[in-house]
Design a protein around this ligand. Structure first.
Ligand code: APR
Ligand code: PHB
Length: 389
C-alpha cells in the first residue's frame, strides 16, 4: 500500500488530522490498534476551546456539537464556602463549549466512510521504519496478514504509550516530566448537573470537580491517593465526598444517581522536546500530557493537528517544506503555555501530601488575589478559553 501521509492512531488527534488532510486533497491512511467500539469506550474531558470547535466547523462536522454542546460563559473556583466566578465571556469575549471528547471522536469516526477517509482498525504490531529518510514506511498486521504502508510522512497520533515517539532515537530530544501524587476518580451519571457552570474545588479533604455532558448527564471527579482502588469507592461514598468538597451551594443542587462509568486516572505533566524527527511528526498525547485540570489535552491535540495539517498541505500542494521544518517549534510553543497553565491550576486547587501550612497559605493568598483582581481573573480566563493559535 502507498499513501502520502500514514497516520498512526485513531483517537481524536488522528481522526481530525485525517479529515483535515482529506479535505485538502492530501492522501492519508489511519492505522488504529483497537476496534472503533473500544476507542469510543474511553471517557475523557469535555471542554472545547474555539480552535477545536472551529476545526469541526471547517470540516462541516459540527451539527451535533452545535445542537448538543453547552456554551459556557464562565467557570468557578471553590475554596471552602466561597465560590470565585471567572467570567470568561466578559473578560475575553470568548466562551468554551462543553461537549464530550468521546462525542467528537464519534462524529469524526462516523463521517470517515462518506469522506473517503480510510481507517484500518485492529491493526496489530504497528512499527515505524526509515523515519530519517524521505521514504518512511509502516508495517502492521491486519487479519493476521503482514502489510506494509509506504508514505512520504508518518504522523504519530498514537497517544502516550504508542510506538511513534519511541521510534525517535534516544538522546534526540529532552524529556520533561512531573508525576503527581494523586489520581482523579471520575464518575459519570445520568442526573442533572448540580450547577450551571463547572466548579473546581480545593477543600481540606482534597480536590473536586463538578462538570457535565448535557442537561441530564453529569461528570464529577475527586482526587484520591494513587494507592486507592476504584472497587473501594461505592457510588454513595463518592457522592458524599463530592457534596463535602464542592461546598454548600453545589451540594444543595446535587442529584445523586447510579454511576454509568467510574475510573481512576493518574495525573502527569510530560513534554517530549521534539515534535518532528525526519519524516515523523508527533501530535497530541504522543508528544505531551497535561493533567486534566483546565481540560487542555484534547485542545492541544487539536492545535497540533491544525499546525501539522497546514504544514503537510503546503508541502504537497505547493512543494513548500517550510511549515514542516517549523512544525516542532510552533507546536511546542503552544504546548508549553498549556503545560504551564495546567500545572499552575493543579498546584492551586489540590492538597499535595508534602505541603505544609506555608504552601496552603500561598494557595489562600493566590485565591484571595484572584477573587479581587480583574488582571488575575483575565489571566486565568484567557488561558482557559485557549491562547491564540
Ligand atoms: N498502533 C496503532 N494505534 C495505536 C497504537 C499502536 N501501537 N498505540 C496506541 N494507538 C492508538 C490508541 O488505541 C488510541 O486510539 O492511538 C490512539 C491515541 O488516542 P488518544 O490516546 O486519545 O490520544 P490523542 O488522539 O492524542 O488525543 C488526545 O485524548 O488522551 C486524551 O487527554 C488526552 O484529551 C487528550 C486527547
Ligand atoms: C470533564 O468534564 O470531564 C472535565 C472538565 C474539565 C476538566 C477536566 C475534565 O478540567
Amino acid at each position: 500500500m502507498k499513501t502520502q501521509v500514514a497516520i498512526i492512531g485513531a483517537g481524536p488527534a488522528g481522526l481530525l488530522l485525517g479529515h483535515l488532510l482529506k479535505a485538502e486533497g492530501v492522501d492519508c491512511v489511519v492505522l488504529e490498534r483497537q476496534s472503533g467500539d473500544y476507542v469510543l469506550g474511553r471517557i475523557r474531558a469535555g471542554v472545547l476551546e474555539e480552535i477545536t470547535v472551529s476545526l469541526m466547523e471547517r470540516l462541516g462536522l459540527d451539527q451535533r456539537l452545535k445542537a448538543e454542546g453547552l456554551v459556557e460563559d464562565g467557570f468557578n473556583l471553590a475554596d471552602g464556602e466561597r465560590l470565585i466566578r471567572i467570567d470568561i465571556a466578559n473578560l475575553t469575549g470568548k466562551h468554551v463549549t462543553v461537549y464530550g471528547q468521546t462525542e467528537i471522536t464519534r462524529d469524526l469516526m462516523e463521517a470517515a466512510p462518506s469522506r473517503g477517509l480510510e481507517v484500518i482498525y485492529q491493526a496489530g504490531d504497528v512499527a515505524l521504519h526509515e523515519i530519517d529518510s524521505d521514504a518512511p514506511y509502516v508495517t502492521f498486521t491486519a487479519d493476521g496478514v503482514e502489510k506494509r504502508l509506504d508514505a512520504r510522512f508518518i504522523v504519530g497520533c498514537d497517544g502516550y504509550h504508542g510506538p511513534s515517539r519511541k521510534a525517535i532515537p534516544v538522546g534526540a530530544a529532552q524529556e520533561f516530566e512531573r508525576v503527581y501524587p494523586f489520581g482523579w476518580l471520575g464518575i459519570l451519571a445520568d442526573v442533572k448537573p448540580c450547577y450551571h457552570e463547572l466548579i473546581y474545588a480545593n477543600h481540606q479533604r482534597g480536590f473536586a470537580l463538578a462538570s457535565m455532558r448535557s442537561p441530564t448527564r453529569s461528570r464529577y471527579y475527586v482526587d484520591v491517593p494513587l494507592t486507592e482502588k476504584v472497587e473501594d469507592w461505592s457510588d454513595e461514598r463518592i457522592w458524599d465526598e463530592l457534596a463535602t468538597r464542592l461546598g454548600p451551594q453545589a451540594a444543595a443542587g446535587m442529584t445523586r444517581g447510579p454511576s454509568i462509568e467510574k475510573s481512576i486516572a493518574p495525573l502527569r505533566s510530560y513534554v517530549f522536546g521534539l515534535m518532528r524527527h525526519g519524516s515523523l511528526l508527533l501530535c497530541g498525547d504522543a508528544a505531551h500530557i497535561v493533567p486534566p485540570t483546565g481540560a487542555k489535552g484534547l485542545n492541544l491535540a487539536a492545535s497540533d493537528v491544525h499546525y501539522a495539517a497546514e504544514a503537510l498541505t503546503a508541502f504537497f500542494r505547493k512543494q513548500d517544506g517550510e511549515g514542516v521544518g517549523n512544525y516542532s517549534a510552533k507546536a511546542l510553543a503552544r504546548v508549553w503555555n498549556a503545560e504551564r497553565f495546567s500545572w499552575s491550576l493543579t498546584k492551586l486547587m489540590h492538597r499535595f501530601p508534602e505541603d505544609g501550612p506555608f504552601e496552603r497559605a500561598m494557595q489562600v493568598a493566590e485565591l484571595d488575589y484572584i477573587s479581587t483582581s480583574k488582571a488575575a481573573q483575565t489571566s486565568i480566563a484567557e488561558n482557559y478559553v485557549g491562547l491564540p493559535v
